[in-house]
Write a protein that binds this ligand. Structure first.
Ligand code: SF4
Length: 61
């Protein structure tokens, strides 16, 4: 079961929602959309996690 978590410390840069708008939505901070398809977007989620400048995206596979 895949899980995505945003740890404390997001600086709202928008990188994750730029890379994968299907999963991430940045308001005051980044949120994982409740209807996000984590299976289908796994590769893009990993890319977003790698590109996050403060490393707060946690992806469990
Ligand atoms: S890439 Fe990281 S810091 Fe930037 S909005 Fe997403 S979670 Fe926040």
């Amino acid at each position: 079961m895949k899980k995505v978590k945003i740890l404390p410390g997001c600086i709202s840069c928008g990188t994750c929602s730029y890379i994968c708008p299907e999963v991430f939505e940045v308001k005051d901070i980044s949120y994982v959309k409740s209807d996000a398809d984590l299976e289908k977007n796994a590769e893009k989620i990993k890319e977003a996690a790698q590109m996050c400048p403060v490393g707060v995206i946690e992806f469990e596979e």
